[in-house]
Design a protein around this ligand. Structure first.
Ligand SMILES: NC(=O)c1ccc[n+]([C@@H]2O[C@H](COP(=O)([O-])OP(=O)(O)OC[C@H]3O[C@@H](n4cnc5c(N)ncnc54)[C@H](O)[C@@H]3O)[C@@H](O)[C@H]2O)c1
Length: 298
C-alpha cells in the first residue's frame, strides 16, 4: 500500500522561495526543494505575463494567493479594506522584485469595484485572473435569531462582491482574449453544518454562480471555477473559534473534523488557485476544487 511520505510531499515550507532561489543548501531545504522540483518541475513561471486581482488579499487565504501568484510570475493587484495589511503584502512582493499594487476597495460597493478593476487594467495593461476571495463569516446563531441587516451584510460581501467582480472583470478579459475567474466557496457551500446560516447560503450561491458563469463565458475563453476549502487557519477561523473561550481545545475539535487530522494552511488553497489560474487548467471550467483534508469525503 502506498503511504504518503512527508519527506517527498512537504505540507509546509519554513523558508521563502527567494531563499531557495538564492541556493541556500541546508539538508532540509535541499530535500524540500527536490520535492518541489518534482511537483512543479522547478517552473516558477506558471503565471508569467498574467495580471491577477485578489480580493481580500491583505490577510489569510487571499494574502497567500497574492504571494504564490506573484512567485509564479503574475503581476498582482490586492483589493481590500485593510490598508496597512494590504500595503504590507505589496511591500513584501515589491521588495522581492514582483510587480504588485494595493487598491482600497470594499467589494460590496459596485462603484469601488468598477473603478478599481478598470484602474488595474489601465495600470498593468490587461487583466487575466480574478480571485473572488474577500468574505466574512457573519453571525453564528440559529436562523430565527438572525436580523435582516446581519443576513444582508454577509450576502453583500460574499455574493454581491463576487457578482461585481465578474461583472466588471469580464469586459477586460474578453478584450484580453480570455481569463480565469476563481470563486472562493467553501465546504459550507457543499454540505450543511449547524452554524453560520447566512454564510452557508452565500457559499452555496457562489458555487453555482461559478458554474453559470462558466457556461456563459466559455465562448469567450473565460474559465470560471470554485474552490472549496475545509477549515484553514486564518484570522477568520481564529475569530470564529474565539467565542469558545478555550482556543486550544476548539482548534483540536476542528482539527478532528478533517480525516487528515488537522486544519489546512492558506498555502494549501493558494496552490489550488495557482493551478486554476494557470494554463495547466486550460480545460477546467465549471469545476469545484475541494481542498478540505477529506472533510466532505464521508
Ligand atoms: N479560513 C477558512 O477556513 C475558510 C474555509 C472555507 C472558505 N473560506 C473562504 O476563503 C475566503 C478567505 O477567507 P480567510 O479565512 O482568509 O478570511 P480572513 O478573514 O482571514 O481574510 C479575509 C480578507 O477579506 C477582507 N475583506 C473582508 N470584507 C471585505 C470587503 N467588504 N471588501 C474587501 N475586502 C474585504 C478582509 O479585510 C481580509 O483581508 C473567504 O471567502 C472565506 O469565506 C475560508
Amino acid at each position: 500500500m502506498y503511504t504518503p511520505n512527508s519527506t517527498f510531499f512537504p505540507t509546509t515550507l519554513n523558508y521563502s522561495v527567494s531563499e531557495r532561489r538564492c541556493g541556500a543548501n541546508s539538508p532540509e531545504i535541499e530535500r524540500d526543494a527536490a520535492a518541489w522540483h518534482v511537483l512543479l518541475q522547478c517552473d516558477m513561471n506558471r503565471l508569467k505575463g498574467k495580471v491577477a486581482i485578489v480580493t481580500g488579499g491583505s490577510l489569510g487565504i487571499g494574502r497567500a494567493c497574492a504571494i504564490r501568484m506573484a512567485e509564479e510570475g503574475a503581476a498582482v493587484a490586492v483589493f481590500d479594506v485593510l490598508g496597512t495589511a494590504g500595503e504590507a503584502v505589496v511591500a513584501e512582493l515589491c521588495g522581492r522584485g514582483f510587480p504588485a499594487r494595493y487598491w482600497s476597495v470594499d467589494v460590496s460597493k459596485e462603484s469601488e469595484m468598477r473603478i478599481a478593476i478598470d484602474a488595474v487594467n489601465a495600470h498593468f495593461g490587461h487583466l487575466d485572473i480574478l480571485v473572488n476571495n474577500a468574505g466574512i463569516a457573519g453571525p453564528s446563531k440559529p436562523t430565527h435569531e438572525i436580523t435582516e441587516a446581519e443576513w444582508d451584510r454577509v450576502q453583500a460581501i460574499n455574493v454581491k462582491g463576487v457578482f461585481f467582480g465578474v461583472k466588471h472583470a469580464v469586459p477586460h478579459m474578453k478584450h484580453a482574449g480570455g481569463g480565469s475567474i476563481i470563486n472562493l466557496s467553501s465546504i459550507y457551500g457543499i454540505v450543511g453544518a449547524p452554524d453560520v446560516p447566512p454564510y452557508h447560503a452565500s457559499k452555496g450561491a457562489v458555487r453555482l454562480m461559478a458554474k453559470t458563469d462558466a457556461l456563459i463565458y466559455a465562448p469567450d475563453r473565460i474559465r470560471v471555477n470554485s474552490i472549496h476549502p475545509g477549515f484553514i487557519w486564518t484570522p477568520m477561523v481564529e475569530g470564529y473559534l474565539k467565542p469558545s473561550g478555550d482556543m486550544a481545545a476548539a482548534r483540536r475539535a476542528v482539527d478532528a473534523l478533517h480525516p487528515l487530522g488537522h486544519m489546512g494552511d492558506p498555502d494549501d488553497i493558494a496552490m489550488g488557485v495557482v493551478y486554476l489560474a494557470s494554463d495547466e487548467a486550460k480545460f477546467v471550467t465549471g469545476a469545484e476544487l475541494v481542498i478540505d483534508g477529506g472533510y466532505t469525503a464521508r
